[in-house]
Design a protein. Structure first.
Length: 318
């Protein structure tokens, strides 16, 4: 009996010493300096995960095969531009830029046979710079490219993943004094539902090589915009009929020169064209309105008006 009591006491003593030892070690560890980082909050974990994912996506997107542009340029001689041996002529320059998810295309005239080489160079450089700026502005941004590459994989993406932008110019009038060029624009954004259409135009006084605006063809302070706006609004309403949106037409055809910045000179009048949604719905297309020179009498710049009869023999297109 005594031996059993001694054995039980020894067992309890061992357990007591073990517990005291563990407590002693825990106390020492508690007071020692710690180099560990504090717990990370939930938001910090989410932010860290998001940052890591963004970095991985950026590294994945910014690859050379996606952002690299290959270019081709070719010159096409337009035989119909040669009206006579002594008159100004033009050739057509074409440019193609291609990347994995986007293509850019352009064609534009380059003038030849002007009496002044310096004026000819000035006009041609201005046209080329205009095209360069248009193409640069049309390039897709990284957000579009990221979206395309995240959805479309493989070396040859499907057509629905491809974007395009094309701007093609046609000479309307070219004689010894004036050059008028119309540009049609067709574009399709990456992963877009439908294409978009717009127009541009350039006009030059070939006597000095300067670009011309609509106001330069009219007498100063003549109130020409009132005549043009009234004619355009009336014509558009006739074109649209029951589908006329008065508010849209009044806004896109109102008394603001910006509304009429896209136009070309023609044999019988000034033709104005409008981009998507400017004066009509997308389904109604891109209306065109011609304001006859006969309705602009008294408003036209006399020098320009004197040249109108020559347009019959120097009009090319449109």
């Amino acid at each position: 009996m005594i031996d059993q009591t001694v054995t039980m006491k020894n067992k309890y003593l061992k357990y007591t010493l073990l517990i005291l030892g563990l407590c002693f070690i825990s106390g020492i560890l508690f007071f020692l300096p710690s180099n560990s980082k504090p717990p990370i909050a939930t938001n910090d974990v989410q932010n860290a995960t998001s940052t890591q994912a963004t970095t991985q996506m950026d590294n994945f997107i910014l690859s050379e095969d996606v952002l690299d542009w290959s270019s081709q340029m070719r010159m096409v001689t337009s035989t119909e531009s040669m009206l006579s041996d002594n008159s100004p002529a033009y050739i057509v320059q074409e440019v193609d830029l291609r990347s994995k998810f986007f293509t850019l295309g352009a064609s534009y005239p380059q003038i030849q046979r002007l009496p002044s080489e310096s004026k000819q160079k000035k006009v041609n450089e201005d046209i080329k710079n205009f095209i360069d700026q248009e193409l640069e502005a049309a390039k897709p941004d990284l957000i579009e490219i990221k979206h395309a590459q995240s959805v479309c994989s493989g070396d040859y993406p499907p057509a629905s993943c491809l974007g395009t932008y094309d701007i093609h110019g046609q000479v309307s009038v070219l004689n010894s004094r004036y050059l008028s060029v119309a540009f049609g624009v067709y574009g399709m954004g990456i992963m877009s539902v439908h294409p978009y259409h717009s127009a541009r135009s350039l006009h030059y006084n070939l006597q000095n090589g300067e670009r011309m605006l609509l106001r330069d063809f009219f007498k100063p302070n003549s109130g020409y915009l009132s005549i043009i706006s009234a004619k355009v609004i009336s014509d558009l309403k006739n074109q649209m009929g029951a589908n006329t949106n008065d508010e849209q037409i009044q806004s896109g055809g109102g008394l603001d020169e910006k509304n009429f910045s896209n136009f070309i000179l023609k044999e019988n009048g000034v033709e104005f064209f409008f981009s998507d949604y400017q004066v009509a719905s997308y389904a109604q297309g891109n209306p065109v309105v011609t304001v006859p020179y006969s309705e602009l009498g008294g408003f036209l710049d006399p020098e320009f008006e004197s040249q109108i009869p020559t347009f019959a023999s120097s009009t090319f297109c449109c």
